[in-house]
Design a protein around this ligand. Sequence first.
Ligand code: TRP
Length: 336
Amino acid sequence: MDEKAIEKKTIFSGIQPSGELTLGSYLGAIKNWVELSDTYNCYYCIVDMHAITVRQNPSDLRRRTLHQLAQYIACGLDPMKNTIFIQSHVPAHAELAWVLNCYTMFGELSRMTQFKDKSAKNADNINAGLFTYPALMAADILLYQTDLVPVGEDQKQHVEITRDIAQRFNGVYGEVFRLPEPYIPKVGARIMSLTSPENKMSKSDKDPGGCIYIMQSPDDITRCFKRAVTDCETCVRFDPSDKPGVSNLMQIYSVATGASFGEIEKEFEGKGYGDFKVKVGESVVELLRPIREEAERLIADKTYLESIYKEGAEKASRASAKILRKVYKKIGFVER
Ligand code: TRP
């Protein structure tokens, strides 16, 4: 049989350990990653090198990186089926990023919306790493000949610049890199902040009540949902532009329970938002309970986590070595 025909397509994605994982990262990303595990050859990375483009407290960064690994696994990502690793453990990422920096233009980096946002937010630390962040992300993706990159809308521009960089390189040296495409899952939920539902739920949210964390206690979760912003209409109806708060809660309830929007509207017909918010909170508590408990168990098992990230780094190093060697050869570096 033709080997190529049965070869699985490759997926790469990553999340920065710059904060604890949120309900949004679970429902919007990791839950989908789990579903892709069987069909694709998947690399899921903890991108600690990207995280240091804004100042991090060292012990927090170390703790969050390990927590993130435990939570990936607790969310159902199987380390036997996927390559799960920490970015800084695979030096090829830094090496290829340097090369790609030399094929990335000042002008195109200046147009990146994330750079503009982040430099506005970190005006006292607009460092070169923040600026060349997309070249490192391009290295992450291109090292594995990735076909598809599951990302949210906000990262699409970074996948596009990755394609531009790859095309520019291929234009000079021949077909070296495969051109990746963003993969925006159809059923992926875009979870918004509970207190400002016009914005994505984010670990960098200034208002602590807007964001639910995977590891948060049931009491805290319940409290956040009770305080969630709704509107003055008192009618549970899905309408993201007119009723962003209520629609977001419906979206969450729908993924947590499997109920359709129609079913949810019927369930809460004639009832107040109070009831509705309590029910949504309960559904999230029950959704996250087994994940939190499993993650806590894994966090306590340092030896297990270490064996997983070491094996992940080995697999990723092996998979990426070939392409880096090819790049070095093409650009004229003497073979080591
Ligand atoms: N920039 C991404 C984010 O902040 C994280 C990331 C880094 C990533 N490298 C990646 C995502 C490669 C997908 C593929 O969300």
